[in-house]
Design a protein around this ligand. Structure first.
Ligand code: PEP
Ligand code: MG
Length: 566
């Protein structure tokens, strides 16, 4: 078995086709007819543009508009006057077209490769792709025809370039293996867009595999199974069929309302960590954002982000969501979320310590700037504020007072915001569960954070394997907390959502439906699965399940029973 990075889910069973790199060898020489050589270069560029346009058109059909734009971007790069002028200057000095092209591209490639930024490094990969194509044209080497690959082909290459992908026929290519690339490389993006299972970054794949041999590509685990036995092939064929069947079934839920089998409606939102993720939430058919973790804005830097910087990020997410709800959680640092420049002191019990809302209320200026940024973004969509780790009513009141103070500043400066912005509580501590009746009188909404609620209710650290057996949202204590929080919210007429991982668990879903949860917030990849699972139960069936479960005494009983019915 060969190990790599699983970059596009699914299972591919087929025969290897090795795509060798071109040998682009030539003897650099001095040219005497400079005009003719410059013309040769321009002709090569024209041929490159024509070829790229054709490839982009093919890619538009096979992989979609966004992927085609990557190729069209190559035309923009080659048309960049800075590049062309410099190459022609080198030719004017007597350098042959091949050497001039190589020198210029290599210089830009080495500059772009040196950064830590994924996007800029990706530009270096684009330049390498263009260089190879241009040199191939200048040297008269014809491209490998991937489009002629027979059905059941697993492509193996150093990397899959956009120009190679353009030739891929989705019907025939069942898997992709590369020696380089990451989750965010073009190879990965293209493979996912074309729904071809892919394993990237397999060391020495080209020398370890040979054309014609049978392999299995497991794009989920990032594994390539070599020389599979008939039994293994049968096993993976069954997995592949089940995977494809589930995918087809899930697609039936795209664009559909989130409703139980008896017609009760629910909201199905996504958890995000950056404005870019808001786009993923929409693409995944999420109905809004139930949790925007704002920590990303504060991490991987050396000082606090300004109010404007935060405003731009929140506004960008609101604009992407076009009026769909966006619940922004204020800074939740401390515990497992460290930000070195804040200089938080080491604590004996960081999870129980000076963190989240506690830290923010004591660092008013910082907190006010975040609240102002959120309020300003509320002029651009259905933005709501949520406070993490609330354990006492005073914390909610103090937070709300700061929201009012921030509103005052904005009014004084005539800056637009939503006067009625909802302010909610993340119920994720045992205390907030116990006083949910009191909190519900003063909060506009609840969102249950089961990741922490489980830990704080069970007094157990999920990272500690010795007590891991206690960490389960199906513990009767945690289930009672969840039921209570929802009941208290319902009694006061406020919406209650869940943004912890448990919201996507098929075993938890009927319980939540029965308890009266109004909103599920899950990761983008789970949206259709959760919608399907909600749709599977009538309210009466969910009630019957919940009644049984809530009469049980141990976590094992609960899990055994739920496993048997989902
Ligand atoms: C939670 O605690 O359930 C939650 C969603 O928040 P986080 O995982 O960011 O602590
Ligand atoms: Mg939490």
């Amino acid at each position: 078995m060969l190990k790599g990075i699983g970059a596009s889910e699914g299972y591919g069973i087929g025969k290897v086709l090795i795509i060798e790199e071109h040998t682009l060898e030539y003897t650099p020489h001095t040219v005497s007819d400079v005009d003719a050589e410059q013309q040769r270069y321009r002709d090569a560029v024209a041929a490159f543009i024509e070829q790229t346009r054709e490839q982009a058109a093919a890619l538009r059909v096979s992989a979609g508009a966004k992927e085609a734009e990557i190729m069209e971007g190559h035309i923009g790069i080659i048309n960049d006057p800075a590049m062309g002028t410099e190459i022609e200057k080198l030719i004017a000095g007597g350098t042959c077209a091949e050497a001039a092209t190589e020198q210029m591209f290599d210089m830009f490639i080495s500059i772009f490769s040196m950064t830590d930024d994924d996007m800029t490094r990706q530009r270096a990969a684009d330049l390498k792709d263009i260089k190879t194509a241009l040199l191939s044209i200048l040297l008269g080497i014809s491209e490998v025809k991937i489009s002629d690959a027979p059905a059941g082909t697993v492509l193996v290459a150093k990397e899959v370039t956009p120009s190679m992908t353009a030739g891929i026929n989705k019907e025939n290519i069942v898997g992709i293996i590369t020696e380089t690339g990451s989750q965010t490389s073009h190879s990965a993006i293209l493979a996912r867009a074309m729904e071809i299972p892919a394993v990237l970054s397999v060391p020495n794949a080209l020398s370890k595999l040979s054309s014609g041999e049978q392999v299995i590509v497991d794009g989920k685990l990032g594994e390539v199974i070599t020389a599979p036995s008939a039994e293994v092939i049968a096993d993976y064929t069954a997995r592949r069929d089940a995977f494809l069947r589930e995918k087809r079934e899930l697609e039936l839920y795209r664009g559909k309302p989130t409703a139980s089998a008896s017609g009760e409606q629910y909201e199905l939102c996504c958890n995000i960590g950056s404005p870019k993720d808001a786009g993923k939430a929409i693409a995944a058919d999420g109905e809004g954002v139930g949790l925007f973790r704002t920590e990303f804005l504060f991490m991987d830097r050396t000082s606090l982000p300004s109010e404007d910087e935060q405003f731009e990020a929140y506004k960008a997410a609101a604009q992407i969501l076009k009026g769909k709800p966006l619940i922004i959680r204020t800074l939740d640092i401390g515990g497992d979320k460290e930000i070195p420049y804040l200089g938080l002191e080491k604590e004996e019990n960081p999870f129980m310590g000076f963190r989240a809302i506690r830290y923010c209320l004591k660092n008013r200026e910082m907190f006010l700037s975040q609240i102002k940024a959120i309020l300003r973004a509320s002029a651009f969509g259905d933005v709501r504020i949520m406070f993490p780790l609330i354990t006492a009513v005073e914390e909610l009141r103090e937070g709300c007072a700061l929201v009012e103070e921030a509103k005052g500043y904005l009014r004084a400066s005539s800056i637009a915001f939503n006067e009625d912005i909802p302010v909610g509580v993340m119920t994720e501590t045992a205390a907030s569960g116990v006083i949910a009746d009191l909190l519900a009188k003063e909060a506009d909404f609840f969102s249950i954070g089961t990741n922490d609620l489980t830990g704080y209710t069970m007094a157990c650290d999920r990272g500690n394997s010795d007590v891991g057996y206690l960490y389960s949202p199906f513990q009767p204590s945690v289930l009672r907390m969840i039921r209570r929080i929802i009941a208290c919210g319902t009694a006061e007429g406020i919406p209650v959502g869940m943004c912890g991982e448990a919201a996507a668990n098929p075993m938890m879903i009927p319980l939540l439906m029965s308890f009266g949860l109004t909103e599920f917030s899950v990761s983008a990849v789970s949206v259709l699965k959760v919608r399907k699972n909600i749709n599977k139960w009538t309210k009466a069936e969910a009630d019957a399940v919940a009644e049984k479960v809530m009469a049980m005494t141990t976590e094992k009983e609960v899990v055994d029973y739920l496993q048997s019915i989902v």
